[in-house]
Ligand binder design. Sequence first.
Ligand SMILES: [Mg+2]
Length: 257
Amino acid sequence: MKQGLLIDMDGVIYSGEELIFGADKFIKHLLDHDIPFAFMTNNSQRTSLEVVRKLSRFGITVESKHIYTSAMATGKFLGDQSPNGTAYVLGEGGLLTSLHENGITLVDTDPEFVVLGEGRNFTLEMVQRAVDMILAGAKFITTNRDPSPKKPGWNNLGIAATTAMIEEATGRKAFVTGKPSPVMMRSARKFLGLETAETTVVGDTMETDIQGGVQMGYKTILVLSGISNKDQLSHYAFKPDMIVGSVDKIEFPLKWW
Ligand SMILES: [Mg+2]
């Protein structure tokens, strides 16, 4: 049986602008041993080529086939739900590209979907227009609900904040397509061509990576190089199959391989 990995990036491979120690060696091992893997990121801003370029700055050389973003999951989902559907988008390149590639037409009036992603290019006027569209019957999709960083100088507001703003203004709850939504957890596995029993998730966040993996029946590895703190793990009703300090400490073959 083949075995493969879905790997989160922020807090696993890099932290801010710094490579996490050993992450480059970890990825090289996967490449050298033909172990299937994809980076699975909730950030919908970048196209897969832009993610490839970002990783290359950390000395990690991969291809588009190794990247799976919430933008890709969202495009695929909407394309399946509504072939030739229409969307009004608050978001940037990665999301716009993916929707287009999946046959969704981007419109300014009367859309079937309002789709929210990360971005800094949209205005409150555009948000209000989106609110009006949702109140008039458009379906509200958000690419993820990652919490706001709550740190001064951070490079984005946090999509949870913009999602909450629109939910408050419309009284409607967003449908989430990114991690931990099964929409993305399942389509990322299919993107890699793996079966459930062949899939292991590696991530630093209990609420997204690990919860998403546990709910799908995948194996899960929590790394402590990012957001999660070991002392808080007992507060969760679910637990990862393995906990390591960082990807540098993962030994192959994994004990369930
Ligand atoms: Mg992360």
